[in-house]
Structure formats: structure tokens, C-alpha cells
Design a protein around this ligand. Structure first.
Ligand SMILES: CCCC/C=C/CC(=O)SCCNC(=O)CCNC(=O)[C@H](O)C(C)(C)COP(=O)(O)OP(=O)(O)OC[C@H]1O[C@@H](n2cnc3c(N)ncnc32)[C@H](O)[C@@H]1OP(=O)(O)O
Length: 291
């Protein structure tokens, strides 16, 4: 199957390895529906272009199951030879994705935690390394891992909200591979400033810094996304996949080779008392802000 060949070649493209470092120490999301409803795929009038909608109220946070559902949907789309592009968007009115579900990190279930991080890594592999052209139709806030979803797309349009890696505000640091995605997108100095300060950019600032490719009106998001998807699909697929391999293969491979180490670092990091205190404090602030 084409996807399998392509994704394998993407991951195998470069064998360069590196040491992974973690550099920092440091409620609840509810959804009444079952995980199967959290992600939906839709056809468009062009059979080569599909839409993948995140649909997990209230904030499209990434729990283990949410990561798994998005990965599953991407793989299903890839298994259809006709599908060449996917538009990733949210069905919520103001939030694209609020990032990792912090309930997975706060007072974590020790057995579930490694599986959770493994599912998040897998989502990165599946989206960043997809054989499909991926268009991020960012129609709301995209902090932290929400920004990872956006960064993993090939082209990003955004209508409203804030985007960036704000982990430092939670007393933590983005994982190295997510930090690298950010650096690769906006450059080292800008990333250095933004990572340290936990900056979230509005659409104009995000465009200025190169974090997104285009600002679009709220009512135009899907039309523009479809137009951009058509433009990407017009490029011969082998060339598209090869370009992705060229720009992303090394990073994907690095994490693939360090996957277990990355999970171990994450788990010991999250289990630190100071990290748990910071997360608890952050949750309180989130709730207070709402009041
Ligand atoms: C340790 C190493 C690496 C760790 C890597 C971490 C990457 C991450 O992704 S960490 C997560 C970072 N995410 C955030 O900091 C976002 C926090 N959320 C917000 O700032 C806001 O929710 C928002 C700006 C995205 C939206 O604001 P809005 O006013 O529209 O909605 P709220 O009322 O704040 O949120 C609705 C609802 O959702 C809950 N919630 C929001 N974000 C999260 C989250 N990340 N995890 C769990 N729950 C979340 C929020 O508490 C509200 O819940 P209630 O309705 O029950 O009060």
C-alpha cells in the first residue's frame, strides 16, 4: 500500500541519531460522547481531498484516546489510494486544540502515562510523516500540542485565536522533537525567544513570524483550505512525498530511534513532585480565569 511504503521511507530516510535532552521541571476535560465521535472524516466534492474534524468538546484536548483516534483516521484516509490531501480542522467554535489533555499529566495513572506519551508520539509520526498533503485549517486557539498539530501540517491557514508553544508558562519545556519542529519552522532565534517566554501569537504575529502561512476570514476557512489542498494535490505525489522526506525524514527518524528513551524521560519528568505542583497550580488558574 502506498501509504505504508511512503511512511516507511519517510521514517527510514535518515539514520542520523542524536541524544535526547529534557531541560525543565514542573481539573479535567469532559466529553459526553465516546472516543469514536471525537474525530470525524468527511469527503469533499473532490475525491482526492478529505476533511478530518476534531470534535472533542470542550477543547479538543489530546488524551490517549484522542491521539489514537486522530492517528486511526489519518491511516484510514491514507489507505484509500484516491485520497491525496487532508484538511485538519476543528468543529468547535473557538478552539482548534488546547493541546495535551492535562488530566493525563496531573496525578497520572502510572501505567497509562507511558501509553499516553506513546500515542502522542505516534500521532506526530502519523501526521508529520503522512503521505498526504496536509492542510491545517486552524479555526481557533492552538497552544502547545495544538500547535504541534498545526506544525505537522504542510500548509497552515488560520482565522482566529492564538498559537504557539506556551509550555514554559506551565513550568515545563516542550519535548525536544516538538521544540525542533518549532525551530525548523520559524528559526532558532525567534523560537528561542518564544519558547522561553511561552509566547502565544495572534494570527497577525503568527503570520509575521512564519508560524502560519496565511490569515483567512472565518467564513472562508474551508473554501481557502480546499483551494490550497487542490494546489498541493496538483504536484505529483512522488515529488510531494520526496520533498517531505527531505525536510522531515531526519527528525522523524531521530524520534523513532529514541522513542523508548523519550517515553522514559517524559514519565520521570511528569512524575516529579514539583511538576505535579505546577500542573495543579496551572489548573487552578485556568478555572479562575474562567470565573
Ligand atoms: C512534560 C513534558 C512535555 C509536556 C508537553 C506539553 C504540551 C501541552 O500541550 S501542555 C497543554 C498546554 N495547553 C494549554 O496551556 C491550554 C490551556 N487552555 C487554555 O488556555 C484555554 O482553555 C484556551 C485558550 C485554549 C481556550 O479558552 P476558553 O476560554 O475558550 O476555554 P476554557 O473555558 O479555558 O476551556 C474549556 C474547558 O476545557 C478545559 N481545558 C482547556 N485546556 C485544557 C487542557 N489542555 N487540558 C485539560 N483541560 C483543558 C478548561 O479547563 C475548561 O474546562 P471546564 O469547562 O471544565 O472548566
Amino acid at each position: 500500500m502506498m501509504f505504508q511504503q511512503s511512511s516507511r521511507s519517510l521514517l527510514d530516510a535518515s539514520k542520523k541519531s542524536s541524544s535526547f535532552r529534557w531541560t525543565s521541571s514542573v481539573g479535567r476535560t469532559f466529553s459526553s460522547r465516546s472516543p469514536q465521535d471525537w474525530v470525524t472524516t468527511e469527503e469533499t466534492d473532490d475525491p482526492s481531498i478529505a476533511i478530518l474534524k476534531m470534535n472533542r468538546a470542550p477543547a479538543n484536548t489530546l488524551s490517549l484516546e484522542m491521539c489514537t483516534e486522530i492517528s486511526k483516521a489519518i491511516k484510514e484516509l491514507e489507505s484509500n489510494k484516491k485520497t491525496q490531501a487532508v484538511i485538519l480542522t476543528s468543529s468547535l467554535p473557538t478552539i482548534f486544540s488546547a493541546g495535551l489533555d492535562l488530566t493525563e499529566l496531573h496525578n497520572p495513572d502510572k501505567d497509562r502515562l507511558p501509553a499516553f506519551w506513546g500515542a502522542f508520539q505516534q500521532l506526530y509520526f502519523d501526521l508529520y510523516g503522512s503521505r498526504l498533503a496536509t492542510i491545517g485549517a486552524i479555526n481557533g486557539h492552538a497552544p502547545a500540542a495544538g500547535c504541534m498539530l498545526a506544525l505537522s501540517c504542510d500548509y497552515r491557514i488560520m482565522s482566529k485565536g492564538n498559537i504557539g508553544l506556551n509550555e514554559s508558562k506551565l513550568g515545563i519545556c516542550a519535548p525536544p522533537w516538538l521544540g525542533q519542529q518549532f525551530i525548523d519552522t520559524i528559526g532558532l532565534r525567534k523560537a528561542e525567544l518564544a519558547l522561553n517566554m511561552g509566547t502565544l501569537f495572534d494570527t497577525k504575529a503568527a503570520l509575521d513570524i512564519g508560524l502560519i502561512d496565511e490569515i483567512v476570514g472565518e467564513d472562508d476557512v474551508m473554501d481557502v483550505a480546499k483551494t490550497r489542498a487542490s494546489q498541493w494535490v496538483a504536484i505529483p505525489a512522488p515529488a510531494r512525498v520526496a520533498c517531505k522526506e527531505l525536510t522531515r525524514g531526519r527528525q522523524l527518524n531521530e524520534l523513532k530511534e529514541n522513542r523508548k528513551q523519550d517515553v522514559d524521560h517524559f514519565c520521570s519528568f511528569v512524575n516529579q513532585e514539583a511538576m505535579q505542583r505546577n500542573l495543579g497550580f496551572y489548573f487552578e488558574q485556568l478555572a479562575k480565569r474562567k470565573k
